[in-house]
Design a protein around this ligand. Structure first.
Ligand SMILES: Nc1ccn([C@@H]2O[C@H](COP(=O)(O)OP(=O)(O)OP(=O)(O)O)[C@@H](O)[C@H]2O)c(=O)n1
Ligand SMILES: C[C@](O)(CO)[C@H](O)COP(=O)(O)O
Length: 431
């Protein structure tokens, strides 16, 4: 199975001054939301792309993102592990380009609009199941709630349509790949892919759609999407690559702030062990009111107290998300001090922020002077009962994926206080 996420439109009707897929909702771009849900579905499905998204080889893409040719670099930076290709003038051209980029062994393809960024992974599942059960083409659709009139060029009503037979269709739309490729080869453009199958004489099955799969088209749709996220849409996304081990813990339940409480900020740190995250977090907390949530403290205490022999999974992160969520719900800003090594961990942190309407600033710490980094790691002593500090070799071997944060700060060239000032300056200029 494979997914083509079309994101090459310019979003003229939204008028954001940038391609629509780069617009943020809940602190995260539309294309990232869409890809996270597609990857979540792929990683939990029985398809050929069952391997963890974070380990997926770009040369064999299960998810292809079709981006505006003018903005490829931005999309690649946001989605470093996904195959990003340039789109065409019309949506149909972009879908055709995406299809051509899928590996040869993909037999069932889901075509999805980045503009329907919040479509949950359960919808991908339902669509793919219906295709696997034998349909050539499957589209999710919702009943139409307005009365719909057909009009002529002068605006006069030709007829009132029977709305009970109408469906407003969404994406992801699922296809047997051979049928979709044949339809693309035979007929011209259409506003959705199912229409190409219809024109080619194929049958299209409609299944129940999902309000979360709304299309973000006009400016008010952004507010609607923010509200859907705040109302708990994320808890249905199933974005966790580990089949639900973390999702409910990451949100904290969308508690609303006490009235009059300020809008909090979640400062999401990331970077290899020993790079200076805790030092920066403490420098920040000395300057502004912040809760410092350090996953080392949580994980070490879980082991020290006998709750766990060893932490191998996201357990410590799950506790950190919940504790952070409690602070944000009270209007208290948080600095999240975790290695935050993967697209999934970064997405979970952003989800925690989105659930509590918190501003987000993502800060990656690096140390450009490797010998300085090595000596920091070597000299580090355990300051928490139960904390085992990693060796330099363990730091070098640590899985850590490229990131496109808001700020990338070098701890080799600036002091912790200077770095804290930079973060606070960035926060003030982005309020
Ligand atoms: N040449 C195009 C046009 C559209 N799309 C994608 O098709 C989806 C549905 O299109 P729409 O919501 O209409 O997006 P835009 O074309 O960006 O919007 P507008 O018409 O307002 O410019 C979007 O995810 C969009 O990025 C695409 O990949 N290539
Ligand atoms: C594919 C689609 O989202 C199904 O509703 C829709 O047709 C895209 O339409 P647009 O003309 O690109 O907005």
């Amino acid at each position: 199975m494979g997914v083509v996420v079309v994101a090459a439109g310019m979003g003229v009707r939204l008028g954001a001054g940038m391609p629509k897929a780069l617009v943020r909702v809940g602190g995260r771009t539309l294309v990232e939301h869409a890809v996270a849900r597609a990857q979540s579905w792929l990683s939990s499905s029985d398809g050929t792309a069952r391997d963890e998204p974070s380990r997926r080889n770009v040369s064999k893409p299960a998810v292809v993102v079709v981006a505006p040719a003018t903005h490829l670099a931005e999309f690649e930076a946001l989605l470093p592990e996904v195959c990003v290709i340039p789109g065409g003038a019309e949506r149909t051209d972009s879908v055709a380009a995406g299809l051509a980029a899928l590996p040869a062994d993909v037999e069932i393809v889901l075509v999805h609009d980045a503009a329907r960024a919040l479509a949950p992974s359960s919808l991908f599942d339902a669509v793919a199941d219906a295709v696997a059960a034998g349909a050539d083409a499957v589209v999710p659709g919702l009943p139409v709630t307005d009365t719909v009139k057909q009009v002529d060029a002068a605006g006069s009503v030709v007829q009132t349509l029977d709305r009970s037979s109408l469906r407003a269709v969404q994406t992801p739309q699922g296809f047997r790949r051979s049928a979709l490729e044949a339809a693309h080869a035979r007929v011209g453009a259409a506003t959705d892919d199912a229409a190409l199958i219809e024109r080619a004489g194929g049958t299209v099955q409609v299944i129940d759609g999902d309000p979360l799969a709304m299309k973000i088209t006009l400016p008010p749709d952004i507010d609607a999407a923010e509200r859907l996220l705040a109302a708990g849409g994320l808890s249905r996304s199933g974005e966790s690559p580990q089949a639900g081990r973390v999702p409910e813990e990451r949100s904290g339940g969308g508690v609303s702030r006490p009235s009059g409480a300020p809008r909090p900020t979640l400062i999401i740190l990331g970077g290899l062990p020993g790079v200076g995250k805790t030092t920066l977090a403490r420098a920040l907390a000395r300057r502004i009111p912040l809760a410092h949530i350090r996953v080392d403290t949580i994980e070490a205490t879980m082991v020290h107290s006998g709750l766990a022999d060893k932490i191998t999974g996201p357990e410590g992160y799950a506790v950190a998300f919940r504790v952070a969520a409690d602070q944000l719900a009270l209007g208290m800003s948080v600095v999240a001090d975790t290695v935050n090594p993967m697209p999934e961990t970064r997405g979970w942190w952003r989800d925690v922020a989105a659930q509590h309407d918190a501003r987000v600033v993502e800060v990656e710490l690096t140390c450009s002077d490797q010998s300085q980094h090595e000596s920091r790691v070597g000299e580090r002593v355990s300051d928490i009962p139960g904390l085992r500090v990693p060796t330099w070799q363990e730091v070098l071997d640590r899985e850590y994926h490229p990131w496109a944060p808001d700020l990338r700060l070098d701890t080799a060239t600036s002091s912790p206080d200077e770095l804290a000032d930079t973060v606070i300056g960035w926060m003030r200029s982005h309020q």
